[in-house]
Design a protein. Structure first.
Length: 253
């Protein structure tokens, strides 16, 4: 009950964030701009709509997850309200979990709004709809869950600026981890060990990218969908556990 109460309050606070609406409106404009771009494209315009739509949703959703996620804890510290919170009989892990769930609900609603915008554009231009599109949207949201957890971990022990930088770095490297591993196989032992460590420690975010499958009408086996979903949820759960441990041991002065 306490977790849900914190989540609801966090959700209400997120609704007051101007950055949230600015990014959401910009994402919808990017999706809507595909209508104009199709007039300038010769052939395969439906692929352009899906490509631009999914890319816009992923980019702006990630920005919301990062810049709102890193403020979940740092905002309480800056306003000194953290002392009131930790003085109450509320375990710190419940506080973090409530904050996380509040942002997750915010991201879910934003994802639904952006998806609705994409569906409207596709219906207007009579672009073909495939079930794979829904799977791609689900995996985009799953990536949001992981990145939000990453942002939350960094926000428990470092500044807002460094949290944003570190989380963005994890996002970029997470989409390049497979390429880095292949590059490491061609290097010496030290370089290979470092890049292999990055590959296995950081989240492989490219596993959540089904954009190519949607565009080229390539189905994904049910087993891969289940394994990837389990991978994302497990990784997010581990990060939440790590954030709780760090936050529990942090001494606020």
């Amino acid at each position: 009950m306490r977790v849900l109460s914190i989540a609801f309050n966090t959700f209400r606070e997120n609704l007051r964030e101007k950055l949230l609406y600015n990014l959401l409106i910009f994402a919808l404009l990017m999706i809507g701009s595909s209508v104009l771009l199709t007039r300038l494209t010769v052939g395969e315009w439906d692929r352009l709509i899906i490509d631009l739509g999914l890319s816009s949703m992923n980019l702006f959703g990630i920005l919301i997850a990062i810049f709102v996620g890193i403020s979940l804890v740092s905002k309480e510290i800056d306003k000194k309200t953290i002392f009131t919170i930790i003085s109450k009989p509320v375990p710190r892990y419940e506080f973090l979990l409530g904050k996380y769930l509040g942002l997750v609900v915010t991201l879910l609603i934003n994802t639904a709004v952006m998806a609705a915008g994409l569906f409207v554009v596709m219906a207007y231009l009579k672009a073909p709809f495939t079930p794979m599109l829904l799977k791609a949207l689900g995996f985009i949201f799953l990536e949001f869950l992981v990145i939000t957890a990453v942002a939350l971990v960094f926000s428990t022990f470092t500044s807002t600026t460094l949290s944003a930088i570190f989380t963005l770095a994890v996002y970029v490297v997470g989409h390049l981890s497979t390429d880095l591993k292949l590059f490491g196989d061609k290097m010496g032992d030290a370089g290979k060990a470092i890049l292999n460590a990055i590959y296995y420690v950081l989240p492989n975010l490219e596993r959540f990218n089904l954009k190519g499958h949607v565009i080229h009408h390539i189905d994904v086996p049910a087993t891969d969908l289940v394994l990837t979903t389990a991978y994302g949820l497990t990784y997010a759960a581990f990060l939440l556990l790590l954030a709780s441990i760090i936050f529990q041991r942090r001494d606020f002065q």
